[in-house]
Design a protein around this ligand. Sequence first.
Ligand code: SF4
Ligand code: SF4
Length: 193
Amino acid sequence: MKEKKGSALSCLTDILNKAFFIDFAKGLKVTLGYNMSKIVTLNYPDREKWIPYQRWRGLHTLNRDPDGRELCVACELCSRACPTDCITVIPMEDDTGRGIADRVAKVWEIDLVRCLFCGFCQDACPTTAVRLGREYELACKDWSSTKRDRQQLLEEPEIPETLMGGVYKASFVFNKKEVKVVPDLTKKRKNFW
Ligand code: SF4
Ligand code: SF4
């Protein structure tokens, strides 16, 4: 008897649901909810690019002091602290004023294939010469590009240190040497997260 009552009730609910489009209304509510919510899809790489926040640990940079002298004194502490032994530092004497001391790096090279981006090298550096930057597009087609030398790392990073992270308008650049997404640092997408 109880079973008969239960099945009649469920049948009635089913009819009411169909008559008043209840399921349709529930589905529509979910769809409209997503339409009103913030868009989180990123149009990468053609139209937008994510720039990480300052604490991001990406490609290394070698820094200079305000007078343009290299901060690295080739003490090799970064190389010793590195758990994967992927930094090569070869020091040399140089009194031309290139560095903040007479001891400078003749070779400072990193093997990005072995790097864990742990930041130990940055922590070990006594002169703040090495920093992990915000460049994260490190894919390459040949093995030689997996190593970065002193000259490459001394180049001014494209993203200023003071710039806040977020999503910026971007254009997709393709040439024989590289494929790159170039952000327009003046056009930040608001309220992305
Ligand atoms: S980030 Fe870590 S693994 Fe990479 S070079 Fe620095 S210490 Fe080595
Ligand atoms: S980057 Fe820093 S820790 Fe590494 S060799 Fe230069 S001064 Fe020493």
